[in-house]
Design a binder for this molecule. Sequence first.
Ligand code: ARG
Length: 461
Amino acid sequence: MSKKNVKKTTVGVINDDVLVFTAGRDVVLDKALIEADCLGSAAHATMLSRIPLKPRLFSKDDLKRIVATLGEIIAKARRDEFPITLEDQDVHLAVERYLTARLGDLGKKIHTGRSRNDQVALDLRLFSRDQLSDAIRETADLAAVLVELGRKHVHVPMVGRTHMQPGMPSSIGLWATAFAESLLDDASILMHAYELNDKSPLGSAASYGVPLPIDRQLVADLLGFSAPCHNVLYANNSRGKMESVILMAMSQVMLTLSRLAQDLMLFTMPEFAYFNLPAAFCTGSSIMPQKKNPDVLELVRAKASRVLADAVAVYDLVKGSPSGYNRDLQEAKEVFMNGLAVTRSCLRIMAAMLAETTVNEEKLLAGFTPDVFATDRALELVAAGMPFRDAYHHVKENLHELENSDPRKAIARKKHLGATAGLDFSLYADRIHAARSFVENEQAVTRKSYQSLMGTAYSLA
Ligand code: ARG
């Protein structure tokens, strides 16, 4: 290797092209992990200052200086003034470089008993914890908008369809809260993913632990995790798996959003005109002056494919990975961050759009034809004593005799649990409240931990 084409890094002299190739997108993507990396380092240093080594690794004063400098880095990062250079390769070595420049030997000791492998796993878990909290809240917010839409229009009839063909009388209340309930199930999946993710991998080091009396429980407590991951090898192997679980959860959210988008596209066609999308959420055409296009909905449908592709990409990266750290995992970072950001942006835009979407009752009523009441008629005969199959054939043979009944009365007659007149709005309110409280409680724990870990060196973003 000629001297000209190499760079000196903290961990060796590396060929320029190799450095560019191996650091990849980390120098950019790791910006999102700076704060997590500093918080993790503060917890690690605090633990190191307390473990029974003689002499102690860090005195109380050393620790204060380390934490203050980590606080400095966080403040710089928030102003976008903390660089991650190619020579750093990633956020971990950038932080170590800064600490060493400021604090000399204290900086050189910070990596005692850890590896970048458990460090990045930790950073991603801290990052995910934040992202999942926000995503759960945003999912609950969209569910709340849909529940409100359903409540407001609980008595507004809508033709219920199967195979896309007219089926039975339904309502806007039933339609809107069906999507709300789907989102609340998605929120449950996200909460489960949150719980799996809420464990500290630090102390796994390269993947196999270290021959030092480190205190993994203490680090987990300091960062407000529910526990440490137990097995150190699994702590490392869970990187990638965790991202895959979270993206699979996100793709469930996207599955709901895509179907909601699809229904809205269909039912805003002029041939239906059941709903009116807010003009500011639609786009025009460069040639057709009259156009009002539902581009937002089309993009949500398309992004559902992308998020699932992100989930599959991570899964596929991991499925062939042998035990222990492999650099392949680095490739999961970009798709992971993309999948999270895309899902969250879809949740927010759908909530804003639906909050202003209006319902056209006249058009909804006009959609009813006599045949939509065929099943209700057969069941009327059943209630009067006729066996169902006889009633079915009777109505089928006399379809021309069916009259256009009042759809409002038809939906009021379905009073059983979960039907048009049996919707339990308090159940939805409870589930929305539970999801929001989950986030509030978790965020309170996190904030409190960060505050006591960092002291005055830290202000909440
Ligand atoms: N940037 C790396 C990643 O995302 C950090 C870990 C590097 N570890 C290593 N042994 N090269 O995976």
